[in-house]
Write a new protein. Structure first.
Length: 87
C-alpha cells in the first residue's frame, strides 16, 4: 500500500513555509519569525541561567548578535551535518 507525501504530511505546504521563514530569519531577515526566534533563544538562555544572560535585555542582545552575525545559522547547519553522520 503506497502513501503519497500529502497523505503522510497533510500540512506539508505549511511545514515548508515555516522552514523557509525560519531559515530566512536565521539569515538575518527581520520580521515576525526573526522576533520569535530571538525571544525563544533569549528566554531559553535566561531561564537556563547561561552566563551573560542573567538580564533579559542582555539575553535578547546576545540572541540578536548570534543571528545577525550568522553564527546561529552556521551552528544549525553544523548540527544538521553532524546529525546525518551519526547512526
Amino acid at each position: 500500500m503506497g502513501y503519497s507525501t500529502l497523505t503522510l504530511f497533510p500540512n506539508l505546504n505549511q511545514i515548508l513555509k515555516n522552514l523557509e521563514l525560519g531559515l530566512a530569519a536565521l539569515g538575518g531577515e527581520k520580521g515576525a519569525a526573526y522576533d520569535r526566534i530571538v525571544l525563544n533563544a533569549a528566554m531559553a538562555d535566561h531561564l537556563l541561567g547561561c552566563s551573560g544572560a542573567e538580564d533579559i535585555n542582555t539575553a535578547l542582545d546576545r540572541a540578536r548578535e548570534a543571528i545577525d552575525s550568522g553564527e546561529a545559522l552556521r551552528r544549525l547547519m553544523s548540527y544538521i551535518k553532524i546529525s546525518h553522520t551519526v547512526s
